[in-house]
Design a protein around this ligand. Structure first.
Ligand code: UD1
Length: 386
C-alpha cells in the first residue's frame, strides 16, 4: 500500500444523538483531506422527525449504506446491526471504524469491528452512570472495552477508563463534539415563539410564555415505560405548568406509553404544549430561550450547561457529572414531589449558574480527526510495506 493513500474511515450512526455528534466530525474529516469516508446508518431511528430532519438541518451527507434495522428489543437491534454490518465491512474493509455515543448502534458496530480486527475509535468514551439498569451504560462499557482509541469529553471519563484497565496511551481528551454542533447552529436556531405557533400554541400560551417558559423532554425507559411512573411525572408537569408554561417534545417511546395507557388526559387542558419530536434547530431555539429545562436526555444536560440554562434532570445519576459540578444541572430522580420542589426552588432563585467546561469550545471535531490521523499514521508506519 502506498504510504500516502487516503485512510479509509467508516463512521456509524443509528439514533438521533449520533446525528448531532457525527455532523462536525464528517466535516472535519473532509476539511483535513487525507481520508476517504463512508457513512453507515444502521436505521435504528427512521422516522422523519427522529432522522431525516437532522440530516437536512445539520448538512450530514446521505449515508452510503443503510442497514434499515428499525425498531425491536435491544438484543434484536444489536443482532440485526451485527449481521448487516459484518457483510458491509467484510466486502469493503476500512482502516478504522468511528462510533459515537452510547446507543445500541454504537455497541453493535464496535462488536463487529472488534471481531473483524478493524480498529475502533469511540467518541465520548469513559462516561459512566454506575447504573447498569440503563441500556446505555451496558453499551458504554462494552464499546469502551473493545475500542482502540478512546476520545473523552470530560476529565472524569479518563479516570473511569484507567480504573477499568485501559492504558493511558489509548485515551485522549478532545472536548465535546455535541457542543461543536450546538455553537455552529445557534445562528440558525428557530425562535421559540415560531416553534410554539407552528405546533398549534394559542395566543394566550405564547403571551404567557413570553414571561418565561420551560422546555421538557423525557424518554428514558426508567421514566417512560412504566405507566405509573410516567403518569406521576406527567401529573407533576401538569401541576408545574400552572406556575410556568411548558413545551413538552414527546419522544415516540413516551408517546407509545401515553397512548396505550390513556395518559393524555393528565396533560390536556393544562399549560403544557405537547409537540411531536422536534427538529434540532427548533429544539435548540427553545432550549436557548427557556427559563428552565426538565429532561432525562444526556445530550440536553450538556447543551443546557453550554448555554447556561438551568436544567433539572429526572434521573438519580448522570454519566456526565461535569454538568452538575461545573454546569447548570441538578439531579432530582423521578419522584414527582422532588421534581416539583426543584422547579419551585429554581423559580424562586433563578436556578443554578455554571460555567462552560474545558474544551467545550466548538473545536472538538478537529482534535478528534487529528488524533485519528496520528493513530493511523502510527499503524501504517508499523506495517511492513507490501
Ligand atoms: C435511543 C437510545 C438512547 C437515545 C435515544 C434518543 C439506545 C439503547 N437508546 O433510545 O440512548 O437517547 O435513542 O432518541 O440505543 N421509534 C419510532 N421512530 C423512530 C425510532 C424509534 O417511532 O424513528 C420508536 C420505536 O417504536 C421504539 C421506540 O421509539 O420502540 C424506542 O426506540 P429505540 O431506538 O429502541 O430507543 P430510544 O428510546 O429512541
Amino acid at each position: 500500500m502506498s504510504t500516502d493513500a487516503p485512510w479509509r474511515v467508516d463512521c456509524i450512526v443509528g439514533a438521533r444523538p449520533n446525528f448531532v455528534k457525527i455532523a462536525p466530525i464528517m466535516r472535519a474529516f473532509r476539511d483535513d483531506g487525507r481520508f476517504r469516508l463512508r457513512l453507515i446508518h444502521t436505521g435504528q431511528h427512521y422516522d422523519i422527525a427522529m432522522n431525516e430532519v437532522f440530516f437536512r438541518e445539520l448538512a450530514i451527507p446521505a449515508p452510503e449504506v443503510n442497514l434499515e434495522v428499525g425498531s425491536g428489543s435491544s438484543t434484536e437491534q444489536t443482532a440485526r446491526i451485527m449481521l448487516g454490518l459484518e457483510g458491509v465491512l467484510t466486502a469493503d474493509r476500512p482502516d478504522m471504524l468511528v462510533v459515537v455515543g452510547d446507543v445500541n448502534s454504537t455497541m453493535a458496530a464496535a462488536l463487529v469491528a472488534a471481531k473483524l480486527l478493524i480498529p475502533v475509535t469511540h467518541v465520548e468514551a469513559g462516561l459512566r452512570s454506575g447504573d447498569r439498569t440503563m441500556p446505555e451504560e451496558i453499551n458504554r462499557l462494552v464499546t469502551d472495552r473493545l475500542s482502540d482509541l478512546l476520545l473523552t469529553t470530560e476529565s472524569e471519563a479518563a479516570a473511569n477508563l484507567l480504573r477499568e484497565g485501559v492504558t493511558a496511551d489509548r485515551i485522549a481528551f478532545v472536548g465535546n463534539v455535541m457542543i461543536d454542533t450546538l455553537f455552529a447552529s445557534l445562528p440558525r436556531a428557530r425562535p421559540a415563539t415560531e416553534t410554539m405557533s407552528a405546533h398549534g400554541a394559542s395566543g394566550e400560551f405564547i403571551q404567557t410564555a413570553a414571561g418565561g417558559f420551560g422546555f421538557v423532554t423525557l424518554h428514558r425507559p426508567s421514566n417512560v415505560d412504566d405507566a405509573r411512573v410516567l403518569g406521576g411525572l406527567l401529573a407533576a408537569l401538569a401541576d408545574i405548568s400552572r406556575l410556568i408554561p411548558l413545551v413538552f417534545a414527546v419522544h415516540p417511546r413516551t408517546r407509545a406509553t401515553i397512548d396505550t395507557n390513556g395518559l393524555d388526559g393528565i396533560i390536556s387542558a393544562t399549560g403544557i404544549l405537547a409537540t411531536p419530536p422536534l427538529g434540532y434547530l427548533q429544539s435548540v431555539g427553545l432550549m436557548r430561550e427557556a427559563r428552565l429545562v426538565v429532561t432525562d436526555s444526556g445530550g440536553v444536560q450538556e447543551e443546557t450547561t453550554a448555554l447556561g440554562v438551568p436544567c433539572i434532570t429526572v434521573r438519580e445519576s448522570t454519566e456526565r457529572p461535569i454538568t452538575v459540578s461545573e454546569g447548570t444541572n441538578v439531579l432530582v430522580g423521578n419522584s414527582p414531589g422532588r421534581l416539583r420542589s426543584a422547579v419551585d426552588e429554581l423559580l424562586a432563585t433563578g436556578g443554578k449558574r455554571g460555567r462552560v467546561p474545558e474544551m467545550w469550545d466548538g473545536k472538538a471535531a478537529h482534535r478528534i480527526v487529528a488524533h485519528i490521523a496520528s493513530y493511523l499514521a502510527g499503524r501504517r508506519a508499523a506495517q511492513p510495506i507490501a
